[in-house]
Ligand binder design. Structure first.
Ligand code: ZN
Length: 329
């Protein structure tokens, strides 16, 4: 993680652009009500805090599926006799599902805790609040939170961008889409699938819905996902020990000439890509920009269990073909 000031890239955190070539596409509807998760908490005396903090550091911080860096771990209270109690958030309930599991680990650190008050009924917001005002509100309603500045700044800063590579792919899909149009393809949409573990073998896919024998659902993104699936099946038949994590495009970058429709945007959720970069927005049928189509922002819709980052290419125009703006891409 690079400090924001030390990042060599030119990131405009206000406009959410990188190098003036990529525009981050975000869901403009700010979540004023957080998604909530339960955490394991324990109430202890101050003298027991070292053992509990050791437990958190050694048993939970690296393995908890949910990062809890946006909450304060310890909440203090004082009773009428001025006796101080520390209420400590240990980890999420996604790390330990039942009391026996967490107890067996906790007991290694101290036998003096009052394990009777170990519980998982306290709720916290799952992610950092987007504004300071909401952070204060949620801290009162749920659990004390920490304010580290706009969380999106950190997201933008943590991304690594290989601009020569990105530009080369944008140029290539733009060129291919013009070639498709010249060949008579009524939907000259082209996508590229880049596996981070095999970035030299880029998979290119075109829209084939108007070809003889094709289906109306043969959009370039669905065709690309199918090609990834076929390649995996082939690899597995040649070598049965090939690992299959159950997701077809885990952490892939997907490039596409036109903003995907809701079906394709959803298929990218299911295949667990990391990032989608598109060139031309589709005002009527797109499902990513907040002002496209019905404003689904499918990639960061809180009703869905997974998300991916989206950027629009705003760098040099390589002449992407034009498609009917009422068609889904
Ligand atoms: Zn589509």
């Amino acid at each position: 993680m690079v400090k924001i000031k030390a990042n060599p890239l030119n990131i405009d955190f206000k406009r959410c652009t990188v190098e003036n070539k990529l525009q981050q596409i975000r869901n403009s509807k700010v979540a004023t009500v957080p998604e909530i998760i339960n955490v394991w908490t324990i109430d202890i005396e101050p003298k027991e805090s070292k053992a509990v903090l050791d437990f958190i550091r050694l048993e939970t911080q690296k393995t908890d599926p949910l990062s809890l860096i946006h909450i304060k771990r310890i909440r203090k209270s004082m009773d009428t006799n001025k006796r101080i109690t520390l209420h400590v958030a240990l980890c999420s309930t996604q790390l330990f599902h039942n009391k026996e599991d967490i107890l067996s680990k906790l007991e290694k650190y101290s036998t003096k805790f009052q394990y009777t008050n170990l519980c998982c009924t306290n709720k916290i917001p799952m992610e950092a609040a987007p504004t300071k005002e909401l952070m204060e509100k949620w801290s009162e309603e749920y659990w004390p939170l920490v304010w580290r500045g706009n969380p999106n700044n950190q997201i933008l800063n943590d991304y690594t961008f290989d601009f020569p590579f990105i530009e080369e792919i944008i140029k290539k899909i733009s060129k291919l889409s013009v070639e498709e149009q010249e060949k008579g393809n009524k939907m000259p949409v082209v996508s590229a699938f880049v596996d981070p573990l095999d970035a030299t073998n880029v998979i290119y896919a075109t829209d084939s819905r108007h070809m003889a024998g094709a289906l109306p659902l043969d959009h370039s993104i669905l065709n690309g996902i199918n090609t990834v699936a076929e390649k995996l099946t082939l690899r597995k038949s040649e070598n049965p020990s090939v690992e299959d994590d159950g997701y077809l495009c885990l952490n892939f970058d997907v490039y596409t000439t036109h903003e995907p429709c809701s079906m394709c945007a959803m298929a990218l959720i299911h295949s667990r890509i990391k990032r989608c970069i598109f060139v031309k927005e589709m005002k009527n049928t797109g499902a990513l920009r907040p002002d496209s189509g019905d404003g689904y922002c499918m990639h960061s819709n809180r009703l869905l269990n997974s998300k991916y980052e989206v950027f629009q290419w705003i760098g040099e125009d390589y002449g992407t073909s034009v498609v009917n703006d009422l068609e889904c891409c």
